[in-house]
Write a protein that binds this ligand. Structure first.
Ligand code: PRP
Length: 209
């Protein structure tokens, strides 16, 4: 039997995913230790787990370097990779939103172009295109809430989970774009040739969430 490789998105989702996988009896607890190791093997179940940046999970899965990936829907939408999205794990729930100061409420269409900062340029572009609002997109890599506070942008497109980051920085949700949660994605070839083993893992994970 060959090894199946499961790619996990480093960060919050990886921790939750590892806990569920441990509950299912997989040997992957070492991933919770803060080491620099990136690949972990469960010999008994012939599984390999790899830890990658969230945005790279769909890439590993599309190319078949990983058979399965666990990643947020935000990343799936942003990366637009050719993978098979199998299941909603229903944890890591949050929303992709347009956020900004209260003064921007109701006036997005009157700024032309509207300056939008985001870690998710494709999601932002698609959303404003669908609304026929012209934008100037500013790609950032983190702490996006700073952009409207410093005059870098009018609004941001970002994830809102508890809303504390917005509240603590005097910003508000102006529009909801899409609800998000953790998903299982599968390589299209693996979905066929390893169908039973993958279906088993997917079903077990789904039942635990
Ligand atoms: C994410 C997101 C928001 C924040 C939302 O950032 O980009 O900034 O979490 O969570 P909240 O609604 O619970 O406050 P993350 O912590 O991943 O770090 P980053 O700002 O460096 O991207």
């Amino acid at each position: 039997m060959r090894y199946l490789t499961i790619a996990l998105a480093k960060g919050r989702l990886a921790e939750l995913s590892v806990k569920i996988l441990m509950d299912l009896g997989f040997d992957c607890g070492e991933m919770l230790q803060k080491t620099r190791k990136l690949i972990f093997t469960d010999e008994k179940n012939k599984l390999k787990f790899i830890l990658v940046k969230a945005g790279d999970v769909p890439t590993y899965v599309e190319y078949g370097a990983a058979d399965v990936g666990i990643v947020g829907r935000d990343t799936i939408l942003e990366e637009g990779r050719n993978v098979y999205e199998m299941v909603d794990l229903k944890f890591g729930r949050c929303n992709m939103c347009v956020c900004g100061p209260a003064s921007m409420r109701g006036s997005l269409a009157s700024h032309s172009p509207l300056r939008v900062a985001s870690k998710y340029p494709n999601i932002a572009k698609d959303f404003f295109e669908s609304k026929n609002i012209a934008i100037e997109l500013i790609k950032l890599n983190g702490s996006v809430e700073l952009a409207p506070l410093t005059g870098l942008s009018d609004v941001i497109v970002d994830i809102v989970e508890t809303g504390s980051t917005l509240r603590e920085n005097g910003l508000e949700v102006l529009e909801q774009i899409v609800p998000l949660s953790a998903r299982i994605i599968v390589n299209r070839v693996s979905a066929k040739v390893e169908r039973d083993r993958i279906a088993h893992i997917v079903t077990e994970m789904k039942n635990r969430t």
